[in-house]
Design a protein around this ligand. Structure first.
Ligand code: AMP
Length: 283
């Protein structure tokens, strides 16, 4: 496995692979890697000849400077995880390499998918994600890129954005990896106290309850929301940021539950913000 902070070296290596007809997969990350990331790497390794991982804590996507400052870093451990999962190339750029002269003043949007959820509760977040990905998609001309459905809205936005801008790259969504008890793995979980970690299990519990209700035939989104909210409200430590039941393709509100449905939740547990979601299909 090669690792480099030099974008020229990264692009040249990938172009040399592509000139031999090899297929390249790309997994962008912000590091502090865990089994959820490793699952994306393994998926890419299984579907491509070469796998490229980027590790970069992107300042442009943090609307809270403290959240950026506290983002955990573990480069040595990350490189080990990349290697074990079979990655071939890891891009570790410095902030000034990605943004020479600072973060540029442009605003990238996919407006029809940015009307709710994290797009409104974290203003500027997806604009920052699209900015860094635009840069990385030029540096890393892969055939496929892999995104976790844990960040479901991000996956939909990136897929639409890459298509709209004509990046010749397939954007693939990968199911969420969870702990045995159901907690969606996240780099942010490391900042939870033992008590908060226990309460964090209520997110997936609420989502599963909502899913079961829908599968049992509930057609009213308000009923499902009430049941899920009661679960979250049972913890005095949880502060709900959003809780939504939406059309999973358009992220529009639903009046009757049918088709592919997204159950999405974001909460604050102390200083830490956690998100989770599930999709359910009903006829
Ligand atoms: P991050 O490092 O948080 O920017 O995440 C990098 C990629 O890993 C994103 O596409 C995330 O959606 C994905 N990811 C993070 N956690 C998980 C998880 N528990 N299961 C699957 N994918 C994940």
């Amino acid at each position: 496995m090669i690792h480099s902070s030099d974008p020229k070296e990264i692009t040249e290596t990938i172009l040399s692979w592509k000139s031999k007809g090899l297929k390249v997969g790309f997994v962008p990350t912000m590091g502090f890697l865990h089994e959820g990331h490793a699952d994306l790497f393994r998926r890419s390794v299984s579907e491509n000849d070469k796998t490229v991982v980027s590790i970069f804590v992107n300042p442009a996507q943090f609307n809270d400077p403290e959240d950026y400052a506290k983002y955990p870093v573990n480069t040595e451990g990350d490189l080990q995880i990349c290697k074990e999962a079979g990655a071939d190339l890891v891009y570790l750029p410095a902030k000034d390499t990605v943004y020479p002269g600072g973060i540029p003043s442009v605003e990238l949007k996919v407006p029809h998918l940015m009307k709710n959820l994290d797009a409104t509760t974290r203003p500027g977040h997806f604009e920052g994600v699209l900015l860094v990905l635009s840069r990385f998609f030029h540096t890393i001309p892969a055939d496929r890129s892999y995104f976790g459905k844990k960040d479901y809205q991000q996956f939909l936005i990136v897929k639409d954005f890459a298509k709209a801008l004509g990046f010749p790259m397939e954007v693939i969504g990968v199911d969420t990896v969870r702990s045995e008890q159901g907690l969606a793995l996240s780099s942010r979980n490391a900042r939870l106290s033992p008590k908060e970690k226990e309460e964090a299990l209520l997110l997936s519990r609420a989502l599963r309850l909502g899913e079961n209700l829908i599968k049992q035939g509930e057609k009213d989104p308000a009923e499902v929301l009430t049941v899920m909210k009661d679960v979250l409200d049972s913890s005095s430590l949880i502060k709900i940021d959003y809780l939504e039941v939406l059309n999973a393709e358009t992220l529009e509100e639903l009046h009757i539950l049918k088709g592919e449905i997204l159950l999405a939740v974001a909460v604050f547990l102390g200083q830490v913000r956690l998100i989770d979601n599930l999709t359910v299909k009903v006829s």
